[in-house]
Ligand binder design. Structure first.
Ligand code: SMG
Ligand code: MG
Length: 369
């Protein structure tokens, strides 16, 4: 396929409910939608960068700049036999995985649409539905947290993840265990602790959590390995795993026992599959993370999460938890058993409501070969 045109749209959508992590509270989501056209077919990607550089160093402004000025010229007018060639073609640019992933994932959608095949088939997906969990942000009170958990369990979700930070950790988990018993439960610290707090984190061991996600700094492997030797709860790494090489290092050093895969953080589907395979070869389970994506990014995630080593429920929930209406129609829904069906149509297999996209667009850019 030859890439003839690239289009960027900066889109802003209000969130149904605020989302709070250890680095702050957000009320809306602003992100870049990327369309690649080749051989008269269009593929879509969603950039998971945010307005601020708190989860990752990238922002919408850096991604826009890097795509427009450096990445687009590396793909426009070029012919690719396989979307696996895209990430290597962008290698001259260091880092900026979220910007790269938006292009790479659009190329996968384009390739799948040209073959009139669902994306999951090209990626190597093996299941027709994925297990879905929810990520519940820090709330104003423990009562509010309990109410949220009750709602999500009633909806059928397969596991509950709560965000933690110093001051909102042991007591929150204690409340959840006391009220809801042995539900599948995990916590995510988004790098809010330091190794010196290991004995405090060890207080979580008695709650038999599925895992603690990214307790220490975003670029740290060694301290996570030290921490894993001091706590019983399995560590799952999110922010730290930005490449297959780092995934190998983390596993070799014993820095984690579970890996969160987000294609935006890794530079796209091909790099994600490599991490998936590295983990599978070592018997390490993975699950699919979430970045508050619209239905477009969410659909990409669902296809990727249909690969065999995604054995734990992911942060891929129904559209209605985030955006009403979503940019796709019908929205992503979850079954009463807590599963999300893998779309069967060509490409990402969802119908985009372009009127809604237009209404939410705050900036546009287009460039042709
Ligand atoms: O998409 O449901 C979702 C959000 C899942 O908790 C979630 N994501 O660290 O895993 C994580 C966070 C990152 C998003 S906060 C910008
Ligand atoms: Mg996380």
């Amino acid at each position: 396929m030859r890439i003839d045109r690239l289009r960027l749209r900066l889109v802003r959508l209000p969130l149904v409910h605020f989302f709070e992590t250890s680095f702050g509270r957000v009320y809306d989501r602003t992100f870049i939608l990327l369309a690649l056209e080749g051989d008269g077919v269009e593929g879509l990607g969603e950039c998971v960068a945010d307005v601020d550089p708190y989860y990752s160093p990238e922002t919408n402004v850096t991604a826009w700049h890097i795509i427009k000025d450096f990445l687009a010229p590396l793909v426009l007018g070029r012919a690719f036999d396989d979307p696996r060639e895209i990430y290597p073609a962008l290698a001259r640019v260091r880092g900026h995985n979220m910007a790269k992933a938006a292009i790479e994932m659009a190329a996968w959608d384009l390739a799948a649409r040209r073959l009139e095949a669902p994306l999951a088939r090209l990626l190597g997906g093996t299941r027709g539905a994925i297990a879905s969990g929810v990520s519940i942000g820090i709330q104003d009170s423990l009562d509010q947290l309990a109410q949220k958990i009750e709602t999500e369990l009633a909806a059928g979700y397969r596991r509950i993840k709560i965000k933690i930070k110093p001051g909102w950790d042991v007591a929150a988990v204690d409340m959840v265990r006391a009220r809801f018993g042995a539900i599948p439960l995990m916590v995510d610290a988004n790098a809010a602790y330091r190794l010196a707090q290991a004995s405090h984190l060890a207080r979580l061991d008695r709650f038999e959590l599925m895992m603690i996600e990214q307790p220490l700094e975003y670029d740290d492997i060694r301290d996570h390995a030290a921490l894993q030797h001091q706590i019983r709860t399995p560590i799952c790494l999110d922010e730290s795993i930005h490449s297959p090489r780092v995934a190998e290092e983390a596993l070799a050093l014993g820095a984690c026992r579970i890996v969160n895969i987000k294609p935006g953080r890794l530079g796209g589907h091909a790099q994600s599959i490599r991490v998936h395979d590295i983990c599978a070869a070592q018997g390490v389970p993975v699950w699919h993370g979430g970045m508050l994506e619209s239905g477009i990014g969410r659909a990409h995630n669902i296809h990727l999460a249909s690969l065999p080593n995604f054995t734990l429920p992911g942060d891929i929930a129904a559209s209605r938890r985030y955006f009403v209406p979503d940019l796709i129609e019908p929205p992503i829904d979850v079954s009463g058993e807590g599963t999300v069906a893998v779309p069967t149509g060509p490409g990402i297999g969802v119908h985009v409501d372009w009127e809604r996209v237009k209404a939410a667009t705050v900036e546009e850019y287009e460039v042709r070969a």
